[in-house]
Design a binder for this molecule. Structure first.
Ligand code: E4P
Length: 221
């Protein structure tokens, strides 16, 4: 399972990277805006924490030419390596930008995906990942889990070299269900990552071990 942290909060990333087997970090302009700092300050701090893991960083531009220029600038300015993915919303301009960015040797995560066909068009354009928004679909009386399942099945069926990075989760159960339907990558916020690895029974078991070990473990280390 590929877990990514859907946050630009440095304290949250430090806590998560201490123990969680994360493959990388994803952000978007809304996530960054919550930090109230410019990207020139936040991105280097994210890079320090993530090391050689993936950074999926979204462009702010709205035209294909600008998306390409912006992506190239970030690669140079931040010294991004192979694990840099330029996040491109699947607008008409975004879809035009995807092959341009791929031709420049930079990977792409197509984002803001709400339908099966949007994902397939992005995959056909050359995206390395497509990011469907589960909760936002559920909140408009659609079915986020099913959309993720259909995209995953179709990409596998036709042998696309494109993976599904499910996004926009509000519950642990949503994460559980996309995995059961065959989706192997998810980007998840801090609170949910913490919630999905913890269980009160684990805490109770460890409390009992702590009590029972007294006077038994007598080898110094
Ligand atoms: C990640 O790529 C998405 O931008 C993000 O998961 C959206 O999450 P939200 O619907 O909670 O804002």
């Amino acid at each position: 399972m590929i877990y990514m942290a859907d946050t630009a909060n440095i304290e949250q990333l430090k806590k998560l990277y201490y123990y969680f087997p994360l493959a990388g970090v994803t952000t978007n302009p809304s996530i960054l805006a919550m930090e109230k700092k410019p990207i020139s300050e936040i991105v280097p701090r994210i890079q320090e924490i993530v090391g050689d893991g993936m950074v999926h960083f979204q462009v702010a531009s709205e035209t294909a030419d600008d998306m390409l220029r912006e992506t190239l600038k970030y690669k140079e300015h931040f010294g991004f390596g192979d694990e840099y993915y330029s996040k491109i919303p699947v607008t008409a301009e975004g879809l035009r930008a995807i092959p341009m960015i791929k031709n420049a040797g930079i990977k792409v995560t197509a984002t803001a995906i709400f339908t099966h066909q949007q994902a397939l068009v992005a995959a056909q354009a050359g995206a390395d990942y497509v990011a469907p928004y589960v909760s936002r679909l559920d909140n408009i009386s659609s079915h986020g889990i099913e959309v993720v399942e259909h995209i995953t099945k179709t990409l596998n069926h036709f042998g696309y070299d494109c993976k599904v990075l499910a996004a926009s989760f509000k519950t642990v159960d949503q994460v559980h269900r996309i995995v059961k339907r065959g989706c192997h990558s998810a980007t998840i916020n801090f609170e949910l990552l913490e919630a999905l690895r913890s269980h009160p029974m684990t805490d109770m078991a460890v409390a009992q071990f702590t009590k029972d070990k007294e006077g038994i473990y007598d080898i110094a280390f």
